[in-house]
Design a protein around this ligand. Structure first.
Ligand code: PLP
Length: 373
């Protein structure tokens, strides 16, 4: 079979299973975008939770770094060295996460690959929540660890796995906010289990803008790594792993997704530093309160800005997504293989950048297409 015939078959199979996707081009900034046909839509799709991609101080920091150090970083950190903005950001991230050290990666995806491959291995049992992010799943596979996927948030099963692991070292890895369901892990309880069973804890806090914040006391009981991204709450691009110095130094020396890849750009790192300063200021508290109140308007007391509205079949989710687009609202349809067959959904993502009118329009539009958050 020729490669073109093979690609034809693969394309048809993907289309027939309802999984064909095409990225949209949307012009504009903030939460209002223009579709290719010139229509304006309010986006409820981005992970720019605090609107910091557009913050004047964040943009100014990126501009200054661009002017001072140029557009790219030139090579990998161990080859070309870092600009000061890389190491300054690492120190700030470590402090934020109450860790001795932090290591930057080009993306959160690369951070998870690095952490899982360096700390996993064929003598390690990795216990991973079944709804963990794709980057954790791929990291687990690459690490060649013994893998135990536990049912979503089932801590009794997690404890059973840890108690029966024999002589193997153990690691527990979990998202703290699950990216397609928007629910949260009981991080302190997981940390306690890790402490009881001498397991390493890896938390992926990519979406944890409204918490959960693990208690320092719970974390101090066990070896742990906190993985995060610069690309969501911090409005930039990049990922990091915060941990004890000894683990961080091992990541620098062994993580292939750190060693064999070009470092993030100085503009990205400077923007993330500026965003972190905003987050930790009074203005940050105001933005967090704004986000909290937007979430409450859509689903009272929901623990994160990710609100799934389950539709069932892919076609239903796609129909509802198109109908909302007609009303000027962009809410992405999430379908298999990202989620289980029969659980296709619309995924509403809220931001502090949404104003009351945006939320009114969302609620009114959802009602008119028969969706109730
Ligand atoms: C839970 C989780 N971890 C990691 C990532 C990867 O982060 P990044 O987009 O910075 O690669 C994502 C991205 O969507 C995510 O949802």
């Amino acid at each position: 079979m020729s490669w073109i015939d093979w690609a034809d078959e693969a394309t048809t199979a993907t289309r027939d299973s309802g999984q064909w996707r095409t990225p949209r081009v949307l012009d504009g900034d903030g939460v209002t975008h223009l579709l290719a046909d010139g229509r304006s839509v309010v986006s409820f799709a981005s992970n720019d939770y605090l609107g910091l991609t557009q913050h004047p101080a964040v943009k100014a920091a990126a501009h200054q770094a661009l002017d001072r150090w140029g557009a790219g970083s030139g090579s990998a950190r161990l080859i070309v060295g870092a600009r000061p903005s890389h190491s300054e950001l690492e120190a700030e991230l470590a402090k934020w996460k109450h860790s001795e050290s932090a290591v930057l990666f080009p993306t959160g995806f690369a951070a998870n690959l690095g952490v899982m491959t360096v700390l996993g291995g064929d003598d390690v049992l990795v216990c991973s929540d079944e709804l963990n992010h794709a980057s954790i799943i791929d990291g687990c596979r690459l690490s060649k660890s013994d893998l135990a996927i536990y049912p979503h948030s089932d801590l009794a099963e997690l404890e059973r796995l840890l108690a029966t692991r024999g002589s193997r070292r153990a690691m527990v890895v979990t998202d703290t906010v699950f990216s397609m369901d928007g629910d949260v892990a009981d991080v302190d309880a997981v940390a306690n289990l890790c402490a009881q069973h001498d397991a390493l804890l890896v938390l992926d806090e990519a979406h944890a803008v409204l918490g959960p914040e693990p208690s320092v006391a719970a974390l101090e009981q066990c070896a742990h790594v906190r993985v995060g991204t610069l690309s969501k709450t911090l409005g930039s691009l990049g990922g990091f792993a915060a941990s004890s110095r000894i683990l961080a130094d091992l990541l620098v020396n062994r993580a292939r997704s750190y060693i064999f890849t070009t470092a993030s750009t100085p503009a990205d790192t400077a923007a993330a530093s500026a965003a972190l300063r905003v987050l930790q200021s009074n203005e940050g508290a105001t933005l967090l309160a704004r986000l909290r109140s937007n979430v409450d308007r859509v689903r009272l007391a929901h623990p994160s800005p990710i609100i799934p509205i389950i539709c069932g079949e892919s076609e239903t989710a796609m129909r509802k997504c198109d109908a909302l687009l007609e009303l000027g609202i962009l809410v992405p349809a999430i379908r298999p293989p990202t989620v289980r067959v029969g659980s296709s959904r619309l995924r509403v993502t809220l931001s502090a950048a949404h104003n009351d009118d945006h939320i009114d329009l969302l609620l009114k539009s959802m009602e008119s297409v028969g969706l109730f958050p």
